[in-house]
Ligand binder design. Sequence first.
Ligand code: ZN
Length: 167
Amino acid sequence: MTVLPIRIYGDPVLRQVAGETPLDDWVRRLAADMIETMYDAPGRGLAAPQVGEPLRLFVMDCHWKDGVAKAPQVFINPSFVERSDDQAVNEEGCLSIPGVPVDVSRPASVIMRWTNLEGAAQERSFEGFEAVCVQHETDHLDGTLNVDLASEADKIRLAPQLEVLAG
Ligand code: ZN
């Protein structure tokens, strides 16, 4: 497995709408490399556009940094079945926007459908930090970044840092 370079804010691939992901050996290897890259970063989630591949695929392990055993999950072609009306605000970091955590309001719980690495259809509800994670990563597949969802005041406050990142 290989640690891949992570694309940083300002890279146009982060703004692309990613395409459907085929399930083949190349994608399986990409997912394995993305898991390795996520742990190396270290992070809790990583979407394919963040390693320069405009595909609908992300990997996630929300809790390994809290000292529990690693349990990486791979989400291929994810979509939301349901998103709750009630919202929750959480501070989100992004490996593509290092050093710029931002408060984001999102649905507090979601039901998501996706395909796993074995090609099996999956459906599950997510709450708490996992709900934040799956929404943050799915946004990456549509070219949306957490800073886009910041309050107007935070957008103004963060603009100079983002300008530096974008070079
Ligand atoms: Zn991110």
